[in-house]
Design a protein around this ligand. Structure first.
Ligand code: GLN
Ligand code: ZN
Length: 758
């Protein structure tokens, strides 16, 4: 075996410490710079990163985890599996971006969540006509760059099993197909063998092949296929040592199967997963790369605890390296970029650079003894102790309130009782409404920027937001919508807005992480007990309500979505944190009701997102997620109508939970799936109000009256008129004013027409 390394990370962030790559690709897309400039930025970011990782003390550095858009798309490009429709784009870089983003004539690939993270990958489309062919130029080029720089390299690619399991089978016409793609893995094996040979020729001693799909539930056949693939790859005539990497959970049954193959190394996630190395005797001959530093969350590693975990592996693995549990793609670059972060909170955190240092400290402790890193261990112990005892993490009053709650706090009266009490809202059949946000106009963005820069003061900012609200209310009156909203102009983001007002959250200045392509997000850090020091939304909603006699719907973000789009504390079960957030939202609903608001929407677009990868864990999750939503929404009177909104996902696996939310009205994305979701809801006995989206807001296209009316008629075939609402698929904040005005005009007209025919 090649010399086993001791300290590594499974992958690196690529957007740039100051989002340089975002700016560079966007400049290229806009035609402001050329490909040479983009490549130069990429090369520089890689070189800086490798230099830092080497200086930090990693003795094996991942190469090839950089990407101009997405690593799954890179894999598709490497395997000759870009969709047929981009073949006409002559330039390879433009062809790649056409697959990612589309252009005037080409539809992009679909995008979906990378396992249970907030990163989105592009879904490769594999058709019977796809003929795989290896193009290793990108990887070989980056490898040569890194070698020239003198860093200890380890090329990384996505493995063939995961690649096929994440891809979508299509017919030649781009339609879906049921053929299991994994059947085509034998076409990929020779390409990977070829790649192994080329990497060996180029001087690579180790290579990492990622197979994260093996931590989800897999059939015995799929596991057998994976084993067969790695037996074949490890029998390649000429190759580097293979590190087969898993992350985001336990390999379970796949672990012994993979350990039985000839691969030299296995990377296991010991943060999200719980694989026990000692139970697999074959691992005594392998290099085990132990992911003990959490690659997905921002907490400082408890080095003492991590060393204890590592100690348990010593007798069971052939050799050990210390690593992050997954790629550092999911955390910000460095704490150094945070100037407003005070102690002790700072001492509790570790971003990418700090996690890399932790990996090195742990590896040093293993190879040279704890004394060599005594200082780091002391600092870690101190931070852990301070985090355990900090009063902000344990608010006794709040905890007392939560433990005094009974089941009744999550129950509302029976649906018919509520329906009768809500009749006073006096809504027509097929009431029309929107999901909350209206277009975030230039004026709104300018006002927010000016407030941040100190050009305008808080009072002027509020005045401008009120003007926006007044405009949006007037527009809705003019359009004839039945249930109005205030338009959410004051919200930069539906989670951050609440995080900024709740105790227990910290908003970073530069904690950017890639969400997809050039899009980055800055998730707040939920570090302590969550409390609501003051009402968060009443001022805006009641102002909107004061301008109209029609009901204005108050808008809140639900507990699960707030957790999903934050970095959450890891020192207590997520269910407990969810209830704390839920209680804050509940207090807000009670305040809104007291201020005269009769309809309140609690958005949960991320309900599906946090669903665990393994079926065995899903019921527990859905139980507490639904419980938290109900805690948030059961504090109001029967006469207050609770809405929720769901989008961004396939609802199949959570459909029962949607019914469990018990919201009086659920608006749900449906325009693209043509009302199929209504049948699914019926199948689980859902009998509350439902507004399947009849206007696809992901496209600038204005839907016609006939088109919306026919969707409504389709909906009426599945749902009685008494339960049907009429609304778009999602919020309108990314859309233009002209197109939304016209679309909503058509929506109201279509509802009137269908209503008249009832
Ligand atoms: N109320 C939010 C809005 O309209 C909901 C956004 C969402 O579903 N993502 O913008
Ligand atoms: Zn939505």
């Amino acid at each position: 075996m090649n010399t086993p390394f001791t300290a590594t990370v499974l992958g690196s962030p690529r957007i740039g410490p100051r989002r340089e790559l975002k700016k560079a690709v966007e400049a290229y897309w806009a035609g402001r710079t050329d490909a040479a400039a983009l490549h130069a930025t990429g090369a520089q970011l890689r070189a800086e990163q490798w230099a830092e990782q080497k200086a930090a003390g990693l003795d094996s550095i991942p190469v090839g985890t950089f990407s101009y858009y997405d690593h799954v798309l890179d894999t598709a490009a490497m395997l000759g599996a870009l969709p047929e429709r981009v073949a006409s784009v002559a330039d390879p870089l433009d062809r790649y971006f056409a697959a990612a983003r589309g252009n005037e004539t080409i539809a992009p690939l679909e995008m979906t969540k990378w396992f249970d993270t907030n990163y989105h990958y592009l879904v490769p489309e594999i058709s019977p006509a796809t003929s795989f062919a290896l193009d290793p130029s990108r990887l070989l080029g980056e490898l040569a760059e890194a070698q020239a720089q003198g860093v200890p390299t380890r090329p990384v690619v996505l493995g063939p099993v995961t690649f096929l399991l994440l891809s979508k089978a299509v017919t030649g016409q781009g339609e879906g197909s049921d053929a299991p793609l994994l059947d085509r893995v034998d076409e990929l094996v020779p390409l990977y063998i070829d790649l192994l040979g080329r990497l060996a020729d180029a001087g690579a001693e180790w290579m990492q092949i990622d197979e994260p799909a093996l931590v989800a539930d897999r059939t015995a056949d799929e596991i057998a296929t994976a084993r067969r693939v790695y037996e074949a790859l490890s029998a390649a005539p000429k190759r580097p040592a293979i590190l087969l990497a898993s992350y985001f959970g336990s390999l379970g049954d796949a672990l012994p199967a993979l350990a039985a193959t000839g691969v030299e190394g296995l990377a296991v996630d010991l943060v999200a997963g719980a694989d026990v190395i000692a139970t697999v005797p074959a691992l005594a001959r392998k290099h085990v790369v132990a992911g003990v530093v959490d690659g997905r969350n921002v907490w400082r590693t408890d080095l003492t605890r991590a060393l204890n975990t590592l100690a348990t592996l010593l007798g069971s693995a052939g050799s050990i390296a210390v690593s992050t549990s997954c790629s550092l793609l999911h955390v910000p670059y460095t704490l150094d970029a945070e100037t407003a972060l005070e102690e002790p909170l700072r001492s509790w955190l570790a971003f990418g650079a700090e996690k890399t240092a932790e990996v090195v400290a742990l590896a040093t402790a293993l190879t040279t003894g704890r004394d060599a890193v005594a200082e780091a261990i002391d600092a870690s112990d101190e931070a852990a102790a301070s985090r355990r005892t900090d009063p902000r993490l344990h608010d006794d009053a709040l905890r007392g309130r939560l433990s005094a709650l009974t089941g009744a706090a999550r129950e509302r009266a029976a649906a018919e009782v509520r329906r009768a009490a809500q009749a006073a809202l006096d809504l027509p059949l097929l009431p029309t409404t929107t999901i909350g946000s209206y277009p975030q106009t230039r004026e709104i963005r300018v006002a927010r920027a000016e407030l941040r820069k100190g050009v305008i003061d808080e009072a002027e900012y509020r005045r401008r937001m009120r003007a926006e609200i007044a405009d949006v209310v007037a527009l809705q009156e003019e359009l004839g919508l039945d249930v109005l909203v205030h338009g959410e102009p004051e919200r930069n983001d539906m989670v951050q807005y609440f995080a900024e007002q709740l105790d227990g959250f910290f908003a970073t200045e530069n904690g950017w992480v890639q969400s997809y392509g050039s899009r980055c997000v800055r998730p707040p850090i939920l570090y302590g007990d969550v409390r609501r020091p003051a009402p968060m939304t009443t001022e805006w909603i009641t102002y909107a309500q004061s301008l109209t006699a029609k009901p204005v719907k108050g808008m809140l973000t639900g507990p699960v979505t707030i957790l999903a789009w934050s970095f959450v504390r890891d020192d207590q079960p997520l269910a407990e944190t969810a209830d704390q957030v839920a209680l804050a939202i509940r207090d807000e609903t009670v305040d809104l009701q007291a201020a005269g608001i009769r309809i309140i929407q609690v958005d949960e677009p991320a309900l599906r997102e946090l669903l665990p990868l393994r079926a065995a864990d899903q019921q527990d999750y859905l139980g507490w997620a639904v419980g938290a939503f109900r805690l948030a929404t059961s504090g109001v009177a029967d006469s207050t109508q609770i809405h929720t909104h769901l989008c961004y996902s396939e609802f199949g696996e959570v459909i029962g939970a949607i019914a469990g939310l018990d919201a009086d009205v659920t608006s749900i994305e449906a325009a693209r799936s043509h009302m199929e979701v209504l049948g699914d809801l019926n199948a689980v006995g859902f009998d509350l109000g439902v507004g399947p989206g009849v206007y696809d807001i992901h496209s600038p296209r204005v839907p016609g009256v006939d088109e919306i009316a026919s969707l409504l008629k389709e909906a009426l075939a599945a749902v009685p008129a008494e339960r049907l609402w009429v609304n778009p698929d999602c919020g309108l904040k990314t859309r233009g004013v002209a197109e939304t005005t016209e679309s909503l005009r058509n929506l109201v007209e279509a509802a009137r027409r269908v209503r008249a025919g009832l």
